[in-house]
Each structure stands twice: as structure tokens, then as C-alpha cells.
Design a protein around this ligand. Structure first.
Ligand SMILES: C[S@@+](CC[C@H](N)C(=O)[O-])C[C@H]1O[C@@H](n2cnc3c(N)ncnc32)[C@H](O)[C@@H]1O
Length: 307
């Protein structure tokens, strides 16, 4: 993930580790399911030239436009961009006329260009509509959930996708606040959460009190865990033997899902995790990019099918 708008030379999260583990070679096919601002693409695509294909997918047309501009400005060769859900990657491979890929990369969640744009509704400290959709032409915005779900449903959502310890109290407070009118903006929701959790939790440098609620809504709006599970369930079928899957996750719900799916792929004799423990950012990267602090990279290799 990139910090801010695309800047030449700015490195994507765990880019060196991804490069080292995937070790891409000329002529290979890489499918980048979350191309975002093109940070990983800028590092990986030159390694597969000449003759390689880099297929970059994103649900967010604005990110695809930003990636296109960045990659052109940096002279990165041959990245093919698709407006697509990575859960549907087999359809993209078919469209590209590719039957098998050498590597697949998923750098999960959202990037800071999306967080920094208040009109996207991801940020709890800039006011904007409660939207949170990666693809604004699809799905229902967060305000639909916040205003339509029952107290019980909200509470379950905050607990299940945000592991929010005060989920019940927050859900009750939201339903009380709704009696005065719909909650339609990020700051209005953040204020309701703060009224339950308090502002001072963990000190100013620590987690914002609305972090877990916003995470939960974002996951639900974009059905993030469903898409991840669907992609992981299909990946072995489309990876060449010896090919690799790299997944960067940012919270335990994602990482837990990746770990479980890799375990069952191993039991099925399809994939073997090759990172003995997840790679994490070093001190320098953690210092430069706050979001890298929670990043975990797991890499698995496609095993040769048994004769
Ligand atoms: C962390 S960013 C990726 C950053 C990218 N690796 C880079 O270096 O610039 C994640 C991206 O995935 C996109 N995204 C999230 N869910 C997706 C999905 N199911 N299918 C495709 N793209 C998705 C988001 O719009 C966002 O741009």
C-alpha cells in the first residue's frame, strides 16, 4: 500500500519481502488482485519483462486511473489493468487468454489515497458521507447498514468484524441517536462511538476509538472476508506448480482466514506455506509508514499434482 497519492519512488508495503519471496522472472505471469496505486506493480512488473504479463485488478476505478498514471510516469512496462473483483480472478485470466499464472499477490484492504479522500467515507477524522464502498457503482453504502440494521445486528457486526468489546453499548447508542434522524456522515458516527468509548483511550498516538467500528462496517459493506475466502479457494487451480501466492493482511480476521485456507490447501496436497512465520515490516518501514506496522505477509507455493 502506498502512503498518499502516488509518488515516484515511494515503496509499497513489504515490497522488498514480496520481491524476494516471489522472485519473479522474465516471461512470467503475475496476477495482482489489489493493484491499488500500482506500488507493487512498479516493483514487480519490470522483473517479468521481456515477455511477461502483469494483470492488475482493482474494484475501485479511481485507483485504476491513479495506477495507470503512475505506471506510465515511471515507465513501468506492460501492466494490464482490469476493473474487477479479485474473487472473480479466473474470469480475468480467461479474458486475458491466460490459463495459468506464476504468481498471485493480494495486498488486502484499502490504501491511504482512499482514506485521505473524505468523499469516500473511510475516515473517522475527516467529515464525509458514510460510504466506504471500494466500487461506488456496486454494493450498499455504510449508511444503509448504520441506519437500517437492528440493534442486535449492529452489535453482532461490530463484534464479528471489528472485535469491538463495547459492541452492544455502541449499537444501543446508535439506535438511540437514529431517533433524532439518520446518521449519514463519518463524523456523526465517530461522535456516537466516542460518546460510548471515550476519546482518551490509549492516548493520542494510539488507536482512534472508532477504528474497530469503521473496520467492521468497511468489511461488511465490501464483503471483504467472503471475497478473500472465494479467491483463496480457487487459487491452487490456476497457479502453475512451483508458482506462489503472496498475501499481505492487516488484521487478525484476514490473517486467520489466510492461515486456515493455507492449512486446508496443504492437507489437500495443493499448496505449502513457505514463510515459516509471517514477514513483518522492519523498524525503518514501520517508522515511515504507519500502516505497515500491522502488515503480515504469508507466501505459499503450489505443489506439483500427485501422479
Ligand atoms: C492496500 S491497497 C493495494 C495497494 C497496492 N498493492 C499498491 O502497492 O499500491 C488495496 C486495494 O485493493 C482494492 N480492493 C479491495 N478489495 C478488492 C477486491 N475484492 N477486488 C479487487 N480490488 C479490491 C482496494 O480498492 C485498494 O485499492
Amino acid at each position: 500500500m502506498e502512503a498518499g497519492s502516488p509518488q515516484p519512488g515511494h515503496r509499497a508495503v513489504l515490497a522488498d519481502a514480496v520481491l524476494r519471496w516471489l522472485d519473479p522472472r522474465p516471461g512470467q505471469v503475475i496476477l495482482d488482485g489489489t493493484v491499488g496505486l500500482g506500488g507493487h506493480a512498479a516493483v514487480l512488473a519490470p522483473r517479468i519483462a521481456p515477455g511477461g504479463r502483469y494483470l492488475g485488478l482493482d474494484l475501485d476505478p479511481e485507483m485504476l486511473a491513479a495506477a495507470r498514471a503512475r505506471l506510465a510516469a515511471e515507465g513501468v512496462p506492460g501492466v494490464e489493468l482490469y476493473h474487477a473483483n479479485y474473487a472473480d480472478f479466473p474470469a480475468v485470466l480467461a479474458q486475458a487468454g491466460v490459463s495459468q499464472m506464476d504468481h498471485m499477490l493480494l495486498d488486502l484492504g484499502l490504501n491511504s489515497a482512499q482514506i485521505d479522500d473524505p468523499s469516500r467515507g473511510f475516515s473517522f477524522d475527516r467529515d464525509g458521507p458514510l460510504d466506504m464502498r471500494y466500487d461506488r457503482a456496486a454494493a450498499r453504502p455504510a449508511l444503509d447498514l448504520v441506519n437500517a440494521l437492528s440493534e442486535r445486528e449492529l452489535s453482532d457486526l461490530f463484534w464479528e468484524y471489528g472485535q469491538e468489546g463495547q459492541s452492544r453499548k455502541i449499537a444501543r447508542k446508535i439506535c438511540q441517536a437514529r431517533q433524532a434522524g439518520r446518521i449519514t456522515t463519518t463524523l456523526a458516527l465517530a461522535r456516537v462511538v466516542e460518546s460510548v468509548v471515550g476519546r482518551g483511550e490509549g492516548g493520542p498516538a494510539r488507536t482512534h476509538p472508532a477504528t474497530r467500528v469503521f473496520q467492521a462496517l468497511r468489511i461488511a459493506v465490501n464483503r471483504e472476508l467472503d471475497h478473500l475466502a472465494r479467491a483463496l479457494a480457487q487459487v491452487a487451480e490456476y497457479l502453475r506448480p512451483g508458482g506462489k501466492l503472496a498475501v499481505i493482511s492487516f488484521h487478525s480476521l484476514e490473517d486467520g482466514l489466510v492461515k486456515r485456507q493455507l492449512r486446508s490447501a496443504k492437507a489437500a496436497g495443493q499448496m505449502q506455506e513457505i514463510t515459516a512465520r509471517p514477514e513483518v515490516a522492519d523498524a525503518r518501514e514501520r517508522q515511515e509508514n504507519r500502516r505497515s506496522r500491522s502488515a503480515k505477509l504469508r507466501v505459499a507455493q503450489r505443489l506439483a499434482p500427485q501422479a
